[in-house]
Design a protein around this ligand. Structure first.
Ligand SMILES: CC(C)(COP(=O)(O)OP(=O)(O)OC[C@H]1O[C@@H](n2cnc3c(N)ncnc32)[C@H](O)[C@@H]1OP(=O)(O)O)[C@@H](O)C(=O)NCCC(=O)NCCS
Length: 196
């Protein structure tokens, strides 16, 4: 269950331009545990670096298609410095510890690629689903009309998550599966046209 209660997870000052406060949430997972979700900020690079360093090979393989990946500073900056418009990411926390990260990145005109990783002890209690719910809302608000996801065909966990969310039309190319989901037309621009 996603509720709108906002929790002060970080100082209110010094946030990046465009930081979308309306994507801060408290989420109650299927097993009753509560987590807090907020948009990614540059300071999360440290947390992400240690999460990747500690992650098991299987998790890295499924998320990055490389079981031994190490993220250099440039890549960490890329993953944690977003514009909250075309590039958007959410981080989930429990007791101050990062437990999941999910994002979308532009992949074509009105098309974005969605991806997620959840720490093993937080899986199968609806966390990826909750993050994808929020990402879909963000994508629609930002004019994305179609999402895609790329995954290894052996990754039945993400296959199930995506299938339940209405992704389909699977194709496999060079050993990577791809599914898509239409989000519908762009929302109308508030205030109508000004003629300018
Ligand atoms: C794939 C992954 C993100 C799923 O996260 P999650 O938080 O466990 O997913 P959810 O709890 O929201 O699961 C949603 C549905 O998928 C099912 N599901 C999730 N993992 C599953 C698994 N390993 N086997 C079978 N079903 C699974 C859930 O049971 C649930 O279905 P239900 O509502 O019928 O019970 C997680 O396993 C993960 O981080 N894997 C490593 C990284 C990765 O593969 N990322 C994907 C790259 S895009």
């Amino acid at each position: 269950m996603v509720s709108d209660m906002v929790t002060p997870l970080q100082p209110r000052s010094g946030l990046p331009p465009g930081y979308p406060f309306d994507f801060e949430r408290q989420v109650t997972l299927d097993d009753g545990r509560t987590i807090y979700v907020r948009p990614v900020v540059p300071g999360d690079a440290v947390l992400l670096a240690s999460a990747v360093a500690e992650a098991d090979a299987d998790t890295l393989y499924h998320r990055f298609f490389n079981p031994a990946i190490r993220l250099d500073k440039k890549r960490l900056r890329f993953l944690t410095e977003v514009d909250y418009r075309r590039r958007f990411a959410l981080v989930a926390f429990a007791r101050g510890e990062g437990v999941a990260i999910a994002r979308f990145e532009p992949a074509g005109e009105d098309l974005a690629e969605i991806a997620v990783v959840v720490k093993p002890e937080w899986r199968q209690v609806g966390l990826a689903t909750a993050l994808f719910d929020l990402l879909e809302d963000a994508a629609i608000e930002r004019g994305v009309s179609r999402l895609e996801a790329l995954y290894l065909p052996s990754n039945h966990a993400i296959e199930r998550v995506l299938e339940k969310r209405g992704f389909g039309g699977v194709t496999v190319e060079a050993g990577v599966a791809r599914v898509t989901k239409d989000l519908g037309p762009k929302p109308a621009v508030a205030g109508g046209t000004s003629g300018l």
